[in-house]
Design a protein around this ligand. Structure first.
Ligand code: ATP
Length: 241
């Protein structure tokens, strides 16, 4: 497991400043749910952790090491990345989608088979789905395959950008419960982006409320519910009821 630190990070896209002097400490093994309005900088923060976006100034550290000094292949291997919607390779079946990175790493046939079997069990995918193609899966199954693929190398950090945004309410509910139960017994730090404060409060061991690149509140769900730091957080929580 690794802790993640943002140290005085600033980021602009052209004229638009998204983050300015941003500081954040994410502890090992936490499930951090980041919630905030559209355009508040959530995805920018997430992508800085796996160096898809680079800060203009300041540093992002994983276990004390600046990500910009790390080997990109190593870095991305140690960080799983799961995003919303249709992310599977359409021409590969479930097995090959999940085994994709293992194949790149040159793992043996047996190792791939064992890992895929374990991951399918872990993420509640029936073995009969092994040779289905993405278009033959339900939205929930496809999302589970996407998460299994992101977790194929047993990364110590899993980044999830609205992974349940594209599925129906019942599937979303199931996936939320499965993910929460799985995290409770996994040695993985999760950073999970959502628009939904209810989802954030349910899943997060910590919740970060963001607005226009500024942290409005950072604490446990209980802390947010009992002591909203400002009107923005109070309004957000009112919406969840
Ligand atoms: N590559 C880019 N080029 C230019 N502007 C960008 C780029 N990426 C993001 N932005 C802008 O930066 C701001 C923050 O974007 P970001 O994706 O981090 O927000 P977000 O909170 O994840 O939004 P959403 O919830 O809508 O996905 C937005 O105004 C967005 O339009």
């Amino acid at each position: 497991m690794s802790d993640i630190t943002f140290e005085n990070v600033s980021k602009s896209y052209g004229q638009q400043q998204v983050l300015s002097g941003f500081n954040l400490e994410i502890a090992c093994g936490d499930f951090l749910a980041v919630v905030g309005s559209s355009g508040s900088g959530k995805t920018t923060i997430l992508k800085m952790i796996n160096a898809l976006v680079k800060p203009d100034s300041g540093r992002v550290l994983i276990a004390g090491q600046d990500v910009s000094d790390m080997d990109l292949v190593e870095l991305r291997r140690s960080i799983g990345y799961s995003i919303q919607g249709n992310v599977l390779f359409p021409h590969l079946d479930v097995f090959d989608n999940i085994a994709f990175v293992l194949e790149l790493l040159g793992k043996s046939k047996q190792e791939k088979a064992e890992t895929v079997t374990r991951l399918m069990e872990m993420f509640n995918l029936d073995p009969s789905l092994r040779h289905r193609f993405p278009h033959q899966l339900s939205g929930g199954q496809a999302q589970r395959v996407g998460i299994a693929r992101a977790y194929a190398t047993s990364p110590s950090i899993l980044l999830m950008d609205e992974p349940f945004g594209a599925v129906d309410a019942i599937t979303r509910y199931q996936l939320q419960h499965e993910l929460k139960a799985w995290h409770a017994q996994a040695n993985t730090t999760i950073v999970f982006i959502t628009h939904d404060i209810r989802e954030a409060l349910f899943l997060g061991t910590k919740v970060l409320v963001l607005d226009e690149g500024e942290i409005q509140q950072y604490g446990t769900g209980e802390e947010l519910l009992a002591h909203p730091a400002n009107q923005f957080v109070a309004d957000l929580i009112r919406m969840s009821r």
